[in-house]
Design a protein around this ligand. Sequence first.
Ligand code: FAD
Length: 295
Amino acid sequence: MKINELFNTKELVFSFEIFPPKVTSPISTVYNTLEELKDLKPDFISVTYGAGGSLTDNRTTELSSLVKEKYGVESVAHLTCISSTKEEIDIILDDLKMKGVENILALRGDIPVGQDPKGEFNYAYELISHIKNRGDFNILGACYPEGHVKGRDFKEDMLHLKLKEEMGATQFISQLFFDNSYFYNMLEQKEKLGIKSPIQAGIMPVVNKNQIERIASLCGAHIPEKFIKIMNRYEHDKDALREAGIAYAVEQIVDLVSSGVDGIHLYTMNNPYVARRIHENINTIINSINNKKVI
Ligand code: FAD
């Protein structure tokens, strides 16, 4: 199923993101996670593509196919282009098609430090256009409520988002953020630019202090004072910190859903316990919203 259709039938689309195990570990190490996530009945599960993605290390196709065939959940395969030739991209696209994966989150990927990108696709919109021309897939793109960490030119980013839509992206998933006001500001800009595709809000429940420090440096998300207080207060109590992190994510989601967001995409970090706890907290709200949709 091409998942852009979900937005016609559901008021709120709810999905999870997982990452493949390292190539040195058996793929079965992710089975337990998938078993638990499947029971939460997400609309889809997306599978990340390794940074610097080499063809031989690519487990995204295998896992995206498994999510669909073994666990009966629609899947989205992430695909980056900056470190791949057109031929390599085409091999992956052929494989995805053969394995029945119909949805791709098309990304540029981070430019590898100290390496020249292979350079055939320099931006995500070029990859989107290439995939679109093949006609086989529904295409998603990424967006950044606080601007992309490297450029930080939010207005430029939004113009490039429009370009991704024009090239064939039918929906977007946002970078994680901890302050909803950035997301609402992005929606206003989207409206002004006439971008029609729905945007799912990317939410990452933070359950340990190292995680937040790493995330903040990687994607540059602003950490609100309220959140810093939580981290400082519970940093030496693992369980309390996890519970506070879950509560914070739930509060963010309730606010977003109440404001009419198109969807929520939960960065699960392959942690089914946290995904389940969040799901328990918001399931009634999601059902209430979706039952109201008049088709
Ligand atoms: P682009 O849309 O190409 O944008 C990158 C930068 O280039 C932006 O600053 C943009 O404004 C600028 N730009 C775009 N078009 C033009 C143009 N025509 N001229 C000048 N500048 C332009 N990374 C992975 O390696 N694997 C993953 O699985 C993965 N999953 C992700 C999932 C989500 C939801 C998100 C938000 C990010 C993910 N990333 C992943 C990270 C992503 O690859 C990086 O953020 C990357 O640096 C940018 O990718 P993009 O597709 O947004 O790039």
